[in-house]
Design a protein around this ligand. Structure first.
Ligand SMILES: Nc1ncnc2c1ncn2[C@@H]1O[C@H](COP(=O)(O)OP(=O)(O)OP(=O)(O)O)[C@@H](O)[C@H]1O
Ligand SMILES: [Zn+2]
Length: 291
């Protein structure tokens, strides 16, 4: 029987819903805004009622409960996003759709999609957008123990020209998300990142933080590559700035297995499709491990 795979990329600003075929090609893909859980999940359900799939995978913003033994498995847990705390996505969807469902973080789904696309089994995916999230696959498996990793909230040292900035993370202030996600640009300058001039000195400050994230990830996991997605990294000049500061900070301590250009990269799956591809593969794995 022909199988179809579903993808739900549950983001803080939008949900991306998609249907894929057995070759993981996108057959249909739509975006809906993230409003109240009732409204957005009703729209999600009607999409999959109109476009039935054999199995689906959800990659969600978090933190989320991914422990299948937990009574709250399938929930978004402590999000500051109004109305979405303790919402059990998986339970709500399972009530209406009786198909196998996988549940992971949005960035894990993206990391998985990049793995499927590139064939590299150990990689890390970071998104630098409204927040910073990191997902990782190590030898084809997600990392994690009691829960998923939260690499976007690690602490990094301040840039010498940014010592007084308190950061904007609602939990930690000056963790990496608080210092370097999109809203930090606006908090420092009063101007949204999209509108800041490319020659502003803020970009090197931000690249300094993102480079530390890359160095820390390199030292902790020795991945084959580190992929950067998200609105902020869509700035053409950012990857080069991050690579340059990464080299300085790593100081030749470990030898990479490829050129730096191929180590710190933008996503291989274009048009923000990494999570969709990853979800298709994770859905396929629920039926029979293929990826
Ligand atoms: N080209 C850009 N340059 C700099 N900053 C940007 C750019 N595009 C978006 N941003 C900033 O990034 C943040 C939005 O991130 P992004 O576009 O990745 O969406 P998101 O809200 O993180 O997505 P999601 O729906 O997954 O939560 C905002 O703070 C915005 O000002
Ligand atoms: Zn934080």
């Amino acid at each position: 029987m022909t199988e179809l795979y579903g993808s739900i990329e549950a983001g803080g600003t939008k949900f991306v819903l998609a249907v894929g075929d057995e070759q993981l090609n996108v057959l249909k893909r739509i975006q809906i805004p993230t409003e109240t859980p009732e409204k957005t999940l009703a729209a999600t359900l009607s999409f999959f009622q109109e476009n039935p799939v054999t199995a689906l995978s959800i990659g969600s913003f978090g933190p989320i409960d991914i422990n299948p033994e937990s009574p709250t498995y399938g929930s978004i847990t402590t999000t500051p996003k109004a109305g979405w705390g303790n919402i059990n996505l998986l339970e709500i969807l399972k009530k209406e759709l009786s198909i196998p469902m996988a549940f992971t973080t949005d960035v894990n789904a993206s990391a998985y999609g990049e793995m499927v696309k590139t064939g590299q089994k150990s990689l890390i995916y970071f998104t630098i957008g409204t927040g910073i999230g990191g997902g990782a696959v190590q030898n084809g498996q997600f990392i994690g123990g009691f829960s998923h990793a939260e690499m976007g909230h690690q602490y990094v040292k301040h840039h010498p020209k940014d010592l007084d900035f308190a950061g904007v993370c609602p939990y930690h202030g000056d963790c990496i998300e608080g210092l370097a996600a999109g809203p930090s640009l606006e908090a420092r300058t009063g101007i949204r990142g999209e509108n800041l001039p490319a020659d502003s000195e803020i970009w090197d400050i931000q690249a300094f933080y993102i480079a530390q994230l890359a160095v820390n990830s390199t030292l902790a996991f020795a991945p084959e590559k580190i992929v950067f997605g998200g609105g902020v990294m869509a700035q053409e000049h950012m990857m080069e700035r991050v690579r340059k500061q990464f080299s300085q900070l790593l100081a030749g301590y470990v030898q990479l297995s490829c050129d730096l250009q191929d180590y710190l990269v933008r996503p291989a799956v274009l048009e923000n499709g990494s999570a969709t591809l990853g979800n298709f593969a994770l859905a396929a794995n629920l039926l029979k491990r293929k990826y």
